[in-house]
Design a protein around this ligand. Structure first.
Ligand code: SF4
Length: 183
């Protein structure tokens, strides 16, 4: 009886935490309440003092780099935002590559500025996603990173190739041999 109860609690917790870790909404205001612009990769005519423009952000610890579209800051809290040119339509989740890009920014910012990012945003043309920097997402990101590095080093890998998984990948009709075999 207790085991069933614990299982039910765990399943509810998993569903609840997953649901809240990534939230889709129509609301597209990119400036989080109370935050100020800290960094941008966007072209702007007038430059503000105390804003970093177009610098490559590099994490020495993880050897990853990137240029988020925006980072907003409030005290020691950093909030990265990435704008996407495409639409997401009815998809309940953001594209995996975009999600991993945002998680990479979480990790780079933490390494550079010494504070863990709580959340960030992916903004598509029609919807946006508020993404929390959860332990599960970070774990998944490091697994993907390690797989990619292993592939680069050895030329070997086990991609999870499918029509759904590869739907938005730019490699699928160009360089990807795995997708070619699938189609
Ligand atoms: S098309 Fe190839 S590279 Fe792209 S996600 Fe699928 S397996 Fe990976």
């Amino acid at each position: 009886m207790w085991i069933i109860f614990i299982l039910v609690v765990v399943v509810f917790w998993l569903i609840y935490s997953k649901k809240n870790a990534i939230k889709k909404s129509k609301y597209k205001n990119i400036v989080p309440l109370g935050y100020k612009l800290f960094y941008t990769d966007q072209n702007t005519k007038e430059k503000e003092d105390n804003v970093i423009y177009k610098k490559i952000l590099y994490s020495e610890k993880y050897n990853i780099q990137g240029k988020p579209d925006y980072i907003f800051k409030r005290f020691n809290s950093y909030y990265p935002i990435e704008l996407k040119s495409g639409s997401i339509k009815d998809d309940p989740m953001p594209h995996l590559g975009d999600l991993m890009q945002l998680v990479a920014y979480f990790i780079i910012i933490e390494d550079l500025y010494g504070h863990r990012v709580k959340e960030g945003k992916l903004v598509y043309k029609d919807y946006c996603f508020r993404i929390k920097n959860t332990r599960r997402l970070r774990k998944y990101f490091f697994k993907v990173l390690s797989d990619m590095r292993h592939m680069l080093k050895t030329g070997k890998g086990n991609p999870t190739c499918s029509f759904t998984h590869c739907k938005y990948c730019i490699c699928r009709h160009t360089v990807c041999e795995f997708y070619r075999k699938l189609s």
